[in-house]
Design a binder for this molecule. Structure first.
Ligand code: G6P
Length: 572
């Protein structure tokens, strides 16, 4: 067995290593600076209790973006030096974010070992490549993102770090070959276990869904299916699940070979970036982001908003998905997500929670047995089977619902389509017209000023209504305006400044937030929503229906004045 020594390397703090909504994300060239990744990894080890490091089992993998392979070797060497007992690596360093969560919760080593934490190497939906983004985040034993107490501690540690530990003489491990490589260090044996990236995840999916029912749907002559992984890690799972397990045609997979630069594209599943899928519409289409935790659901020339998607899944889960056959414990959405889920929760008498943006808030509810299904407007949908959102799970949930709605109908007749399912849902629950305007990479100071101005305005509703009515007299009155604040019902922690809200008398909302996931400048997100209960008015074009509110939002916030932008970068 190869022996290794532990080196203590002197270092100094590096500015700006504060983890955002989902870990630390920076340009690759920033991560490649001497000591940059090392400082962050050591600061993470130092933020954990000793038993989560010494003798522990760590998962290290990611979406395969540029610099991942180098980063994995560095983290392996630092893990060895810090007394970690074994590192689990998905073959070729690939594990989707949901698969990491599944591995943390489900995988047992040959000796009964369980993962106690995970470094996930991803910048999610941000582009990859030598000039693009890299990212790293730490997940806990429950398979969910580290809570703020830990990420705050990591950040504090990055500001005072003086040295890190590394086994410099440990040879690089071949992560393309499945198998265990063992080494010996000052504290005994250290193993690197390279395993199949998909098998734990596939097993979990098979325990949740009725694969036979989905298989029948996929083989129906009137059903066409397409899945676009945008060259992210989802491709590694799509082939195994959709083609090998469910019998879909190989040709139904688009961009399913993971690439370090995502083929030069922007691996974010929305109508702007998942263009190929939008161009050639099948009966059912879906797309994923770089690390496969996001999803976009499409019918034939029909876009399902993520806010509607989670509501429709919640409304149908008990009948269509075996995992939920005993009922739902509760449902939850993030604040900027539309209230479509609220209406389902009221109808079905389900516990309901509104949390700040960020998946970690759902995890607490799930660990406490209070929530089964949750979702966010940012193309994230999931359930308590793991503690991350799950792109392929969402696709399987939709396929299950379509299969259920067509169960007596699969031998060639006209199918109930995605569009039919959504329209039927609106007819029962009403429709939440919804859109999001993103202003990406604007000047950070200007974005801050815009937000400050909106907060200041909130102190005088009479003044707000005067301005609003001056812009459009046909919108309802603003009845409340605040900054969203959340008290976690499980641990009592309070999260402040989670988005600026303007709430209208007819249930419409305008929400302004600064993105927590960008790597350069600031991104302003404007969320616009309007509820329509009248069945004769639910079929309008969404941009047209929301036109008056959009006008109010842009003028009220003086968007162009502050940002110099006359139009958003992306509309979803
Ligand atoms: C990540 C998180 C989501 C969150 C999203 C928001 O994907 O996992 O929970 O909704 O970021 O991103 P933003 O850029 O709006 O902060």
């Amino acid at each position: 067995m190869v022996m290794f020594k532990v080196s203590r390397v002197a270092t100094t703090p590096i500015d700006g290593q504060k983890p955002g909504t989902s870990g630390l994300r920076k340009k690759v060239k920033v991560f490649m600076q001497p000591h940059y990744l090392h400082n962050f990894v050591q600061s993470t080890f130092n933020a954990l209790s000793a038993d989560k490091v010494r003798g522990a089992t760590l998962v290290v993998s990611g979406d395969g973006r540029y610099y991942s392979k180098d980063a994995i070797q560095i983290i392996i060497k630092m893990s060895a030096a810090n007394g970690v007992r074994r590192v689990w690596v998905g073959q070729n360093g690939l594990l989707s974010t949901p698969a990491v969560s599944a591995v943390m919760r489900e995988r047992l080593g040959a000796d009964g070992s369980k993962g106690s934490g995970a470094f996930i190497l991803t910048a999610s939906h941000n582009p990859g490549g030598p000039h693009e983004d890299f990212g790293i985040k730490y997940n806990m034993e429950n398979g969910g993102p580290a809570p703020e107490v830990i990420t705050d501690k990591i950040y504090e540690n990055t500001k005072t770090i003086k040295e890190y530990l590394i086994a410099e003489d440990l040879p690089d491990v071949d992560i393309s070959a499945i198998g265990i490589t063992s080494f010996t260090g000052p504290e005994g044996q250290f193993d690197v276990d390279v395993f199949d990236s998909a098998s734990d995840y596939v097993k979990l999916m098979k325990s949740i869904f009725d694969f036979q029912a989905i298989q029948k749907l996929l083989s129906s002559p009137s059903f066409t299916f397409c899945y676009d992984a945008l060259h992210g890690v989802a491709g590694a799972y799509a082939k195994r699940i959709f083609v090998e397990e469910l019998g879909a045609q190989e040709s139904s997979l688009l961009n399913c070979v993971p690439k370090e630069d995502f083929g030069g594209g922007h691996p974010d599943p929305n109508l702007t970036y998942a263009k190929e899928l939008v161009g050639e519409p099948p009966e059912f289409g879906a797309a994923a982001d770089g690390d496969a935790d996001r999803n976009m659901i499409l019918g034939k020339r029909f876009f399902v908003t993520p806010s509607d998607s989670v509501a429709i899944i919640a409304a149908n889960a008990v009948k269509a998905i075996p995992y939920f056959s005993d009922g739902l414990k509760g449902v939850a959405r993030s604040m900027p997500t539309s209230a479509a889920l609220d209406v389902v929760a009221q109808h079905l008498n389900l516990k309901f929670f509104e949390v700040p943006t960020g998946w970690k808030f759902f995890g607490n509810l799930m660990d406490a047995g209070m929530c089964s299904v949750c979702g966010e407007e940012s193309f994230g949908t999931g359930s308590d089977h793991i503690r991350e959102k799950d792109g392929i799970w969402a696709v399987l949930a939709w396929l299950s619902i379509i299969a259920y709605k067509n169960k007596d109908n699969l031998s060639g007749g006209k199918l109930v389509t995605v569009e039919d399912i959504v329209r039927q849902h609106w007819a029962i629950y009403g429709r939440h017209y919804y859109t999001r305007y993103d202003y990406e990479n604007v000047d950070a100071g200007a974005a801050k000023d815009l937000m400050a101005c909106l907060v200041k305005l909130q102190s005088d509703l009479t003044e707000v209504n005067k301005i609003v009515k001056g812009i459009r007299s046909d919108v309802s009155n603003v009845v409340n305006a605040d900054e969203f604040e959340y008290k976690d019902p499980v641990d009592g922690s309070i999260s402040k400044h989670q988005g600026i809200r303007y709430l209208f008398g007819d249930g419409s909302r305008l929400v302004f937030r600064l993105s927590g996931t960008g790597s350069e400048g600031a991104t302003i997100r404007l969320y616009i929503e309007q509820y329509e209960k009248d069945p004769s008015k639910i079929g309008r074009d969404s941009q047209e229906a929301l036109g008056p509110l959009v006008e109010v939002a842009l003028k009220l916030s003086k968007m162009e004045e502050f940002t110099g932008r006359s139009a958003p970068t992306v509309i979803t």
